[in-house]
Design a protein around this ligand. Structure first.
Ligand SMILES: CC(C)(COP(=O)(O)OP(=O)(O)OC[C@H]1O[C@@H](n2cnc3c(N)ncnc32)[C@H](O)[C@@H]1OP(=O)(O)O)[C@@H](O)C(=O)NCCC(=O)NCCS
Length: 226
């Protein structure tokens, strides 16, 4: 299946999902790649990683951008180039994001790749819900937030909380941020599909809001500044 769906997080933020069912040659034929991405692709050992990377390029093409509109900073965080490149975007949703500077965040996990475009800094994460994430929960979260849940819901919630921390980490992109020591989600329920969290780091406290969704057996999280 090619393009899977879009999710309007709010009027300034849209997430796009690709469900990967195509073979690698299909992606290689369709996805436009700049020189750096071509070299990166060649270093990727697994076909699954290559497909996830190329599906992101297909999502960019889906919204009338290409890999040539993207660059990475020294930490590996992706950024969109300036407005001149964005002006060609025909997508209505993106044009509704009425700010000159657009931000992007990228995530991939097994059969899903996703990108999110926003008028302010954003971080997203998609993770498959698996028992291992629950097993190591005490290493990255307050496990009392899993009290009184079935095992299946504990796995989902632990994965969502992992995703919250990954998303905030991606949004901030600062060295030294530790998931258990610096990022704290406030209590929330799986039914809420949203919540708030704090980053307490370098004598500074910042508030974030997050939204999440369970898509098939995956947890998707989007974090924004409050
Ligand atoms: C870099 C990191 C955020 C990637 O997350 P991941 O879940 O492994 O993989 P995802 O598919 O969700 O995200 C990968 C994408 O994140 C983006 N990314 C990479 N480094 C980034 C950074 N410093 N800031 C923002 N985004 C970043 C890239 O777009 C990358 O995909 P691409 O290179 O194919 O474009 C993650 O590996 C990491 O370093 N996390 C924090 C470390 C940590 O504290 N871990 C556990 C502590 S208990």
């Amino acid at each position: 299946m090619p393009f899977y769906k879009e999710n309007n997080i709010n009027s300034n933020t849209v997430a796009y999902f690709w469900k990967i069912t195509e073979d690698i040659n299909w992606f290689k034929e369709k996805a436009l790649l700049n020189e750096k991405s071509l070299s990166r692709l060649q270093t990727m050992q697994s076909v699954s990683h290559q497909k996830g990377f190329l599906a992101v390029r297909m999502l960019l093409q889906h919204i009338d951008l290409t890999d040539f509109d993207l660059y990475y900073d020294e930490f590996g965080k992706p950024h969109l180039k300036v407005e001149s490149q964005m002006s060609k975007v025909k997508s209505q949703e993106i044009n509704n994001i009425n700010s000159k500077q657009k931000h992007i965040s990228i995530s991939h996990s097994h059969e899903f790749s996703c990108i999110c475009i926003c008028n302010k800094p954003v971080g997203i994460d998609i993770e498959i819900c698996k028992e291992k994430t629950l097993k190591i929960a005490s290493r990255y979260m307050d496990v009392t937030h899993l009290d009184n849940l079935t095992i299946a819901d504990k796995i989902k919630k632990a994965t969502v909380i992992w995703g919250i921390k990954e998303s905030i980490f991606k949004l901030k992109n600062e060295k030294g941020i530790s998931f258990p020591k610096h990022i704290f989600e406030r209590p929330f329920k799986l039914e809420d599909k949203k919540g708030t969290a704090q980053l307490i780091f370098n004598n500074n406290t910042e508030d974030f809001q997050f939204q999440f969704d369970i898509i098939k057996e995956y947890a998707f999280v989007c974090a924004l500044t409050k």
